[in-house]
Design a binder for this molecule. Structure first.
Ligand code: GDP
Ligand code: IMO
Ligand code: MG
Length: 459
């Protein structure tokens, strides 16, 4: 039986912490999409682990798999493994031979394209990790896969095909000179061949590459338990999110099947746990109907820091929740919980349970609001519309809840669900009812022990 952890909103819902919590029962934790654009935090015993590529199960010594749906920057992978080793862990990470490799030119192109888009205020606000350009090459059938690094002849052939195209893109389309770039070697076949051939050797020596589908199937046949760790979130899914302000993969539950090579029936036989932040945060651009205040550079048509009540609230929540990007350090945009977004998310993913995090962050507010529905062209919508233009025109109909006090949250976590302040329980139950899914866990702080576990999906 598997458990799939999926971000229900815009990323950073606290997936890493939930993987750490419920992953105790798993033997293998597999990522199925995304790359080092993710930033998953696990806090345990006063130590904070920030993971962007190594699956969060590493903190508990679980085998980590980067599935075929991932894009892998080997430099990040090895750096992260070393950082974890310095902290006394011994991560066992296997990488799918079918996963695509992020090459240095992908990062450069990510930056150039964002710069060009920003001239017309069209930038996505990517993490700059080369995610989009790598998935583009995958879809364009010119990508380089992890398995290709193991065969120097194949690697050279692939580089010789793709690198001149990228060079031409930079020079002929974007009008830049490769030799003026910070790292011109990113476009040099020989330099790339040397570096990535060595990476291939290192992966092979460490016995790190696998056929993810076969590896996971065999593990399950041997009685091992698998967890899938989604990165990003449903509303930045390339198909189901607010395109084009999305990432280039499928964080939604269906991605777990495609991105690992297991059957959808395997995923559906298990549990699909939606991770919900009790309010909303967003790094990057695009509409956000329940946004409070704004962040210059990310919030559309918001050129100057404003003031006022909503701004104050946004700043309060941002500071209380430490809402600054794990990967980029950027201040996150903040808003009230958006139910039309969550209803869409619940439909797309088929959540069997929910983990609702960060209710401690909202403690102390006199009232807590949610966007219950939208108003669009005189009509009430209960779920977000398919186009980003329509979404941008939606006005949220807010519903108000009485706030709850700040309490000793560790004690609450020890005592259980009934110890959660009553007004917060009313809020949680509203969300669960609307999404027709049970609450499995409630996050009341960042640490492993600061979670109220209502039901363990593995039990
Ligand atoms: P992820 O990308 O979904 O794994 O989430 P991030 O790690 O990027 O961001 C979540 C942040 O909130 C991290 O700093 C977590 O340690 C922290 N966090 C997770 N759950 C809770 C919670 O219930 N309360 C509080 N206060 N912080 C939490
Ligand atoms: P975790 O796994 C929040 C956002 C970026 C940008 C858009 C595209 O920590 O929840 P990309 O670099 O993927 O091409 O950027 O997606 N984004 C995230 N936002 N959490 C993440 O991951 C994100 N990964 C990407 O800010 O708007
Ligand atoms: Mg994150």
């Amino acid at each position: 039986m598997t458990v799939t952890i999926v971000g229900s909103q815009l990323g950073d819902e606290g997936k890493g912490g939930v993987v750490d919590l419920f992953g105790d029962a798993a033997d293998v934790v597999a990522r199925y999409q995304g790359g080092d654009n993710a930033g998953h935090t696990v806090v345990h015993d006063g130590e904070k682990y920030k993971l962007s590529l190594v699956p969060s199960g590493a903190v508990r010594g679980k085998v980590g798999v980067l599935g075929n749906g991932c894009v892998v920057n080997p430099r990040t992978l090895f750096d992260e493994i070393e950082t974890l080793q310095e902290k006394g862990l011994d991560p066992d990470v296997r990488v799918a031979e079918r996963a695509h490799v992020i090459l240095p030119f992908h990062r450069v192109l990510d930056g150039i394209e964002e710069d060009v888009k920003s001239e017309d205020d069209q930038e996505v606000g990517t993490t700059g990790r080369g995610i989009g350009p790598t998935y583009e090459d995958k879809a364009g059938r010119r990508g380089i896969r992890v398995g290709d690094l193991l065969d120097p002849d194949v690697l050279r052939d692939r580089l010789e095909y793709v690198v001149p195209q990228k060079r031409a893109l930079v020079e002929d389309v974007y009008g830049a000179d490769v030799s003026d770039l910070e790292n011109p070697d990113a476009f040099d076949v020989d330099a790339l061949f040397e570096e990535f051939r060595e990476i291939g050797e290192r992966l092979a020596e460490g016995n790190m590459t696998v056929n993810a589908s076969a590896f996971l199937t065999d593990a399950m046949a041997d009685g091992e338990t698998v967890m899938f760790e989604g990165a990003q979130g449903t509303i930045i899914d390339i198909d189901h999110g607010n395109y084009p302000y999305v990432t280039s993969s499928n964080p939604t539950a269906g991605g777990a099947a495609v991105g690992t090579g297991l059957s959808p029936t395997v995923i559906a036989d298990g549990e699909i746990v939606g991770i919900v932040k009790a309010y909303l945060t967003r790094v990057g651009s695009g509409p956000l109907p329940t946004e409070l205040g704004g962040v210059v550079g990310d919030t559309p048509d918001y050129d100057e820091q404003g003031d006022g009540e909503n701004e104050e609230l946004a700043t309060y929540i941002r500071e209380e929740g430490g809402e600054y990007g794990t990967v980029t350090g950027r201040p996150r945009r903040v808003g009230w919980l958006d139910m039309p977004m969550l209803r869409h998310s619940a439909r797309v993913n088929g959540f069997t349970g929910l983990a609702i995090n960060h209710i401690d962050v909202l403690a102390g507010l006199e009232e807590v609001k949610v966007g219950h529905s939208y108003e669009l062209d005189g009509e009430e919508l209960l779920a977000m519309p398919p186009t980003t233009e329509e979404w941008g025109r939606c006005e949220a109909n807010l519903k108000s809840f009485d706030g709850w006090d700040d309490v000793d949250w560790s004690a609450v976590a020890d005592e259980g669900y009934e110890a959660i302040p009553e007004n917060a329980r009313t809020y949680l139950e509203y969300v669960a009812d609307e999404l027709e899914a049970d609450v499995y866990a409630v996050g009341v702080g960042p640490g492993r022990g600061e979670t109220v576990v209502v039901e363990n999906p593995y039990e």
